[in-house]
Design a protein around this ligand. Structure first.
Ligand code: ZN
Ligand code: ZN
Length: 416
């Protein structure tokens, strides 16, 4: 992985500001220092020679539409896993940290190196209480952000059924006012978060949580403020300049329903999950999904009108849509990748393509079928197969009995 590779994929997706990830790792931090220069306060961009190389690659892959778009900015981010005992329970929680300078990243890394090994993993695992991690983070820079990551996932999250707490306050105590935002995670969305009134005061954010650059932008946060770390932080603190999130359909996340993967058991907690929480096949404990956990903490009914959820749109990746239309199993196949690059070259980056590009234009370039798929996506008219116990769910745009003749679609696209 290189910063150039991250920049290239961010540009393909239409991401304006991308997280560097892993800044606590000494080798990666050095790589970032050498590749990035400050662009705006607290934000960075590639050195001009590296940026030119990315533009050349984009031009080759997709043509000028993407290569000439503004270069993405980098924000210094890392994810830290903490594990500790509190009130007789083992807590395992992931936190996202954002900092405005390499100097702050250096200070925090030096402090955390006293606690545990930062060389082994980009996301270090430290024996540290969440409150103490927050204190150290704020000590490194008063404008630092600590955002509890994918807060509902069962194993490694602030509100997780197996790992966390029942409230943000229970986790951070006296330092709670320094928490401005919570990350929804792939298996939850703002409508689900709105069921729990104690979360109302937090801004909701979403990020790719990507372990490969092609998955960048599967979730994102919209900012309408100026391009500046401090303005983004202010947007989270005050709501002015915060524009909501881009989400996975939560059903597509891998911990939406309850289940036991080894037994192929998946259960909807609202109707199917037995009260004892045990797998009906083997008798072991089921993995409690995000929906079940939200229901356990919910103090409002669904769609209650007195509290509107934060604005959001739900999307599924373009490669997945193309794979469905083409009748190809893997969205990573060469043919699908090639087709996606052709579409991006003509219609521009992926997120605006999925959310804003006029359907008539999509129909002209990519066929009526693709335009219909994206119309359905935008209207939320999708078929949802729910994820459970680490198995990703699946979003489809067409029912099997619609008998769309799709195979020839990909060939048509190749010729266009
Ligand atoms: Zn995580
Ligand atoms: Zn089982």
């Amino acid at each position: 992985m290189t910063p150039q590779n991250i920049a290239l994929w961010a540009q393909r997706k239409g991401i304006g500001v991308v997280g560097t990830a892993d800044f606590t790792h000494p080798v990666w931090r050095q790589t970032l220092r050498e590749a990035l220069i400050e662009a705006e306060p607290g934000l960075f961009q590639l050195r001009p020679d590296l940026a030119a190389a990315v533009r050349r690659d984009l031009l080759e892959q997709t043509g000028p539409a993407l290569a000439e778009a503004p270069a993405p900015r980098f924000l210094l981010t890392t994810e830290i896993a903490v594990i500790y005992q509190r009130a007789g329970k083992t807590r395992r929680i992931h936190h996202l940290i954002c900092l405005p300078s390499f100097a702050a990243a250096e200070r925090l890394s030096v402090a955390l190196a006293q606690v545990g090994n930062l060389h082994a993993d980009g996301r270090p695992m430290l024996g540290l209480d969440s409150r103490d991690l927050l204190a150290m983070t704020l000590h490194s820079d008063a404008d630092a952000l600590l955002i509890p990551a994918h807060v509902w996932t069962p194993w490694y999250a602030l509100l997780g059924a197996r790992s966390g707490f029942d409230s943000v306050e229970a986790c951070f105590g006296d330092l709670t006012p320094h928490i401005l935002a919570l990350e929804t995670g792939l298996s939850a969305d703002p409508a689900m978060m709105a069921r729990v009134s104690s979360l109302d005061r937090y801004r909701l954010v979403s990020h790719s949580d990507a372990h490969s650059p092609s998955k960048l932008g599967r979730e994102a946060t919209r900012y309408e403020c100026e391009l500046d770390y401090h303005a983004m932080r202010r947007a989270l603190a005050t709501g002015a300049g915060y524009g909501g999130t881009i989400e996975f359909f939560p059903q597509e996340g891998k911990y939406f329903h309850d289940g036991h993967r080894a037994c192929d058991v998946h259960l909807n907690p609202e109707v199917d999950t037995p009260a004892d929480g045990l797998c009906p096949v083997c008798g072991k404990a089921l993995t409690t999904g995000v929906l079940n956990r939200v229901l356990a903490l919910a103090d409002r009914p669904a769609n209650q009108s007195d509290h509107a959820p934060a604005p959001f749109v739900s999307l599924t990746p373009l490669a997945q849509i193309v794979a469905e239309l083409a009748g190809v199993k893997s969205p990573n196949s060469k043919r699908v990748t090639r087709a996606v690059e052709r579409l991006l070259g003509r219609l521009g980056p992926e997120i605006p393509l999925l959310t804003q590009v006029p359907l008539a234009q999509i129909a002209e370039v990519g066929s009526e079928l693709l335009a219909e798929a994206i119309r359905r996506l935008r209207a939320g008219q999708v078929i949802r197969q729910c994820g459970y116990d680490g198995v990703f769910g699946r979003i489809r745009l067409f029912a099997p009995d619609e008998a769309v003749s799709t195979r020839r679609w990909l060939d048509m696209l190749y010729r266009c």
